[in-house]
Ligand binder design. Structure first.
Ligand code: AMP
Ligand code: MN
Ligand code: MN
Ligand code: MN
Length: 278
């Protein structure tokens, strides 16, 4: 039987559009047999997803995607198999996400100054938990308000460095995020390295620091990578002695990464799940 291992996705506990159980049912329906839910800085969706996975008969991995600031840039670190330390990580994450509501006010002020009013209330309508409000909720509001056609174009014209609606925020430190994951008995994976605007040299330094801190894997096959990037980051994993990971980064129907649509990892690469009992 073909195995579809998907180790990166989001629910309404962070910026996904579907409830945790709906995410699991969608993944299972599209052929995923091992799934990690990895909400941003938030563990609230795990219990519901775990139970839904049991009902659907698929294997579930407790995950998280931690927001990190590295040299002034936002980097994402996925933590997998953090089951043994959920309470401890949960405590640390409370601090990581504490700046979101205030950032949202400032984002909305910036958007208003650029001619888009009502974004604070608008974005909050999409956030199940106001303290988890983020850029994706703003992107959905910009679509609803008719300012942009889809969430992808919201991230071209707004919400990114240099564009209206972007407000920098200080997230966790790289070493700390990896440490929390390792202390929980989990594996730290550098998420979607192709998404960062770093020079080749800075990216190499990031991966080196990540590995020294205890990081074990790099996302090679993920929703926002091109086939060229699968090869590039597979090579980078090999060079640094890191395992490869794979995950759709599903957020919602029609919002980019989708379950059951990614190619398999190159079987020549060591995979992050090689040592798991599946
Ligand atoms: P935040 O944690 O609130 O800063 O939001 C980060 C989230 O915004 C990411 O996890 C993605 O869901 C979304 N995002 C950021 N950049 C893009 C992009 N270029 N295209 C689509 N979604 C993006
Ligand atoms: Mn997201
Ligand atoms: Mn991410
Ligand atoms: Mn993600």
């Amino acid at each position: 039987m073909k195995t579809d291992i998907d180790l990166h996705c989001h629910s309404t506990a962070s910026d996904g559009a579907l409830q945790p159980a709906e995410v699991v049912r969608r993944a299972a329906g599209r052929g995923v047999d091992v799934l990690a839910l990895t909400d941003h800085d938030q563990l609230d969706g795990l219990a519901e997803a775990r139970e839904a996975a049991r009902e659907a008969g698929i294997r579930f991995v407790d995950g998280v995607e931690i927001s990190v600031t590295w040299r002034g840039q936002t980097i994402h670190v996925v933590g997998l198999n953090i089951t043994a330390g959920l309470a401890e990580i949960g405590k640390e994450l409370e601090r990581v996400r504490s700046g979101r509501l205030n950032r949202a006010r400032r984002m909305a002020d910036d958007l208003a100054a650029a001619g888009v009013p009502g974004a604070y209330e608008g974005a909050l309508r999409y956030a199940e938990n106001p303290h988890m409000v983020g850029r994706t909720h703003f992107a959905r509001y910009l679509v609803e308000a008719g300012v942009v056609r889809n969430t992808q174009s919201a991230f071209h014209r707004f919400l990114v460095p240099g564009k209206p609606g972007y407000i920098a925020i200080e997230w966790a430190q790289l070493g700390a995020a990896v440490r929390w994951i390792v202390a929980a008995g989990g594996q730290a994976v550098l998420a979607h390295p192709g998404r960062y605007s770093l020079s080749a040299r800075a990216l190499d330094e990031l991966v080196g620091e990540f590995k020294s801190a205890g990081g074990e894997g790099i996302e090679v096959v993920t929703g926002s990578h091109s086939p060229d990037q699968y090869a590039l980051f597979g090579e980078m994993a090999r060079k640094h002695g890191l395992a490869a990971s794979r995950g759709s980064d599903f957020h919602g129907p029609g919002e980019g990464g989708e379950f059951g649509s990614l190619p398999a990892l190159d079987p020549a690469l060591p995979a992050i799940w090689d040592r798991w009992v599946l």
